[in-house]
Design a protein around this ligand. Structure first.
Ligand SMILES: [Zn+2]
Length: 350
């Protein structure tokens, strides 16, 4: 086969090459070890010196030509392939995006944080304690010795004998804080947390609920300080025009003890079903810390006085948001929880 024929055939085949694979086959056929050019090079030895020189130059020229042509087509085919890939994976930026679902805080968590912020601004520390408590801290140190009839009011989950229990209130955190304060200096704490009582669950009772308690111990503290604190808190939560009142009550760990009421924000005290037509809504219990409780924790009740208060975060949230069933807080229905995304920080200004 002469070189001209080889060149013509090569050009013809190259014209038909559609992709990199077929181009590679052409390269092997024309430049590989078994190609025509290699055969012709091997046969150079059979030629005369003159013919060898002439033929050798021609073979080299053709080899260079073929190499250049293949390289050139290879580059262009590779570019085409890249463009095809880019085209097929193109993103349409005008399509609407998938909505990213955001989590949101549970309404109880939000109410708790709102109350915490209020007390932190007044110099209180937020303190937490264990949910599995000893009878000692949950009852005895709070002036509720074993056999005290008021223990029945807090039907308790005991865990091991009569020594370990699920705390029925967050008051043990107050006891622990007073005991830990070795210098017996003033204390201002807020104790939010889960508590447990053997209640049958219904629309207004839950065996598990969130209590928020506060304790202030200092010199010259009186019931008026408690009243002022409660009054400010109710205005903060339910609006500037709220009135507050105390009614006498009984708790073993406070003396005197009071029930704390706020004027109905729903009916402006004209009477409605939220306030049961009384114009007042009970928020929680409070009182001056019983001298026995102070003394048991190492405080001198002759020098120090203090007040303590407690209420349920669920109750505040139910009142504030008009929720009628406490169980909805624990059903983990996202539709319920998402309703409260924008509502924290609003006051019911009436
Ligand atoms: Zn009312």
């Amino acid at each position: 086969m002469n070189l001209e024929t080889v060149k013509k055939e090569f050009i013809s085949e190259l014209g038909n090459a559609q992709d990199l694979n077929s181009l590679n086959e052409i390269r092997i056929n024309y430049l590989g070890k078994k190609s025509v050019l290699t055969e012709l090079s091997k046969n150079l030895g059979n030629l005369s010196l003159e013919e060898r020189k002439e033929q050798g130059v021609k073979i080299n020229e053709l080899r260079n030509f073929i190499t250049e042509q293949i390289e050139s087509l290879k580059e262009s085919l590779e570019l085409t392939k890249i463009n095809q890939t880019l085209e097929s994976s193109k993103i349409d930026v005008t399509l609407p995006a998938f909505k990213i679902k955001q989590g949101s805080a549970h309404p109880i968590e939000k109410i708790t944080e709102q109350i915490e912020e209020f007390f932190i601004a007044m110099g209180y520390d937020v303190v937490e304690g264990p949910e599995v408590e000893q009878d000692l801290y949950n009852f005895e140190m709070l002036n509720l010795p074993k056999g005290h009839p008021a223990r029945d009011a807090q039907d308790t989950f005991y865990i091991k004998g009569d020594e370990f229990l699920l705390r029925s209130q967050t008051s043990p955190v107050q006891v622990r804080t007073m005991l830990a304060n070795k210098e017996k200096t003033a204390i201002r704490i807020l104790c939010p947390g889960k508590t447990y009582r053997r209640d049958n669950d219904d629309a207004s009772h839950s065996h598990n609920f969130t209590q928020i308690e506060g304790l202030l111990v200092d010199k010259n503290i009186s019931l008026a300080d408690l009243k002022g604190t409660f009054d400010l808190l109710m205005k903060h939560l339910f609006g500037e025009n709220r009135l507050t009142r105390f009614r006498p009550s009984y708790y073993p760990f406070t003396e005197p003890s009071v029930e704390m009421d706020v004027s109905c924000f729903n009916c402006q005290q004209k009477g409605c079903n939220i306030c049961k037509n009384t114009g007042w809504i009970t928020i929680g219990g409070a009182g001056m810390v019983h001298p026995n409780v102070l003394n048991m924790s190492g405080y001198d009740s002759e020098k120090y006085t203090g007040f303590a208060f407690g209420f349920g975060a669920e109750r505040i949230a139910m009142l504030k948001y008009g929720i009628t069933d406490i169980r909805t807080f624990y059903n983990n229905d996202l539709r319920f929880i998402r309703q409260f995304d924008q509502r924290v920080g609003e006051n019911n200004e009436n």
